[in-house]
Design a protein around this ligand. Structure first.
Ligand code: URA
Length: 205
């Protein structure tokens, strides 16, 4: 599965990277997806939000957070004084992964190898967007920056310094909030998302 070491890392302007990513065949996920869902937003810019992976909604729309998780994210952004157009928004993995169940395609989590291969695109986006602050939305995104031992429940809302001096934080993924096991968990995590977004917007001390 590994990307052949002879392949140079993807480079170019964001527009060129987007076009290259549309033809990415570095892992098998492209086979069953409608399209690559690349990041969107101004560049260079101060704030970058990184989700996990596209669902069927983003797979159809070709943009991150295009479905119900995006509606919830927009509501939380508004409550914290932000707007999706002010930030660069992307995902850790750029293809929808699914499993066929009869007529339905069920969402599947990208595995560690697929996540690792897709990190090339995230790294290329980082080089072009040059954010000062990064907010990881969900465990998969957080682990791309902070390693696999990172625990969202313990460490959401806390600032960390990445190599190169970028300030980064993680919080709940809007999609996992929508799938909370009960109303209390939903409301509690939604409030934590809004609080974390406020802290993110304000920046570290
Ligand atoms: N939609 C996305 O684009 N990313 C997520 O992480 C969740 C929903």
């Amino acid at each position: 599965l590994a990307r052949p070491p002879s392949l140079p890392p993807p480079s170019g302007s964001l527009k060129e990277l987007h076009e290259l990513a549309l033809r990415c065949r570095d892992c098998p996920l492209w086979k069953h997806a409608t399209q690559t869902v690349f990041g969107k937003g101004p560049a260079p810019t101060t704030m970058m939000l990184v989700g996990e992976q596209p669902s069927s909604h983003e797979d159809a729309a070709g943009e991150p957070f295009a479905g119900p998780a995006g509606v919830l994210l927009d509501r939380a952004l508004k409550e914290s004084g932000l707007n999706r157009h002010d930030v660069y928004l992307t995902n850790a993995v750029k293809h929808f992964k699914s499993e066929s169940h009869g007529k339905h395609r069920l969402h599947k989590r990208a595995n560690a190898a697929e996540q690792a291969i897709c990190r090339e695109w995230l790294a290329a986006e980082l080089r072009e967007v040059r954010p000062q602050r990064i907010l990881a939305l969900g465990a998969m995104a957080a682990q791309a920056f902070f390693g696999t031992t990172f625990q969202l429940s313990m460490s959401h809302g806390r600032w960390f310094k990445l190599h190169g001096g970028v300030d980064a934080m993680a919080t709940w993924n809007p999609s996992s909030i929508l799938h909370s096991i009960n109303r209390d968990t939903h409301d509690h995590r939604y409030q934590q998302l809004v609080d974390d977004l406020r802290a993110f917007a304000a920046g570290p001390e």
